[in-house]
Ligand binder design. Structure first.
Ligand code: DU
Ligand code: SF4
Length: 232
């Protein structure tokens, strides 16, 4: 299995009826006025970045007018502006901006995915949708596992998705379940004796970045830690 095949398979997934309906209705008739003349992707967002990533970034879900429009993870919205600018400062991205597919953006050493691959109404996937979409996180983890050193979870939903996927991979996850927080960190030993480190950051959503709950310095600090444990 290579990354192109997984990206192709996820992009036609229709496993969650409510999200299929939402992603497509936004694309057809719910476009934001400023993008009304643009084609919308209207499908699940495949992972983006380096197929040999040592760092896997796990976000929440595509934005209705972001990834659901551009077809590329965290591309075309303010959350994406934040995470790619930070990945650029940390040396994982070759440019600070992420506007649209074909804009030249490349990640080296990092791949970025979401816990849920389709845009959910009010950015809130149901527990069942989160569980169903975990299969795609499994596929991405299997792809990058030979190189993987750390996972950066953006927000509690990404954190929980990463821990659940780690358990399914047979990695040792402490009990009780490690608590999410900004700067949270837990080691997940694999059966082969490797030590994958899960790091937590508040999500780069506007409700955190506008309010100052998440600052650039806070995000940079977690990415510096990721670099330390990942050896980028
Ligand atoms: O066709 P390709 O070189 O496998 O790249 C597909 C897609 O993934 C392209 O838009 C760049 C991105 N990418 C990346 O960001 N970092 C890599 O190391 C390789 C590919
Ligand atoms: Fe498929 Fe995930 Fe989209 Fe559900 S959220 S339809 S599992 S890609």
């Amino acid at each position: 299995r290579d990354v192109t095949e997984v990206d192709a398979r996820v992009s036609v997934c229709r496993a969650c009826p409510r999200l299929v309906e939402w992603r497509e209705s936004v694309a057809v008739s719910g476009r934001r006025a400023s993008f009304a003349d643009q084609p919308y992707w209207g499908r699940p967002g495949p992972g983006f970045g380096d197929p040999r990533a040592r760092l896997l970034v796990v976000g929440l879900a595509p934005a209705a007018n972001g990834t659901n429009r551009t077809g590329r993870m965290f591309t075309g919205d303010r959350s994406g502006d934040w995470i790619y600018a930070a990945l650029h400062r940390a040396g994982y991205a070759n440019q600070a901006t992420s506007v649209a597919a074909g804009d030249g953006l490349e990640l080296t050493g990092a791949r970025i995915v979401a816990a849920v691959r389709c845009a959910p109404p009010r950015n809130k996937p149901t527990p069942q949708e989160r569980a169903t979409c975990g299969q795609w996180l499994d596929r991405d983890l299997e792809l990058v596992t030979p190189h993987l050193r750390s996972i950066l979870a953006l927000g509690a939903i990404g954190w929980d998705a990463a821990l659940a996927a780690a358990r399914r991979q047979g990695w040792k996850v402490p009990r009780p379940k490690p608590r999410f927080g900004h700067g949270a960190e837990v080691v997940l030993p694999t059966p082969e004796g490797r030590r994958i480190r899960l790091l937590g950051s508040y999500h780069v959503s506007q409700q955190n970045t506008f309010t100052g709950r998440l600052t650039e310095d806070m995000l940079d600090a977690v990415l510096e830690r990721a670099k330390e444990v990942t050896g980028n």
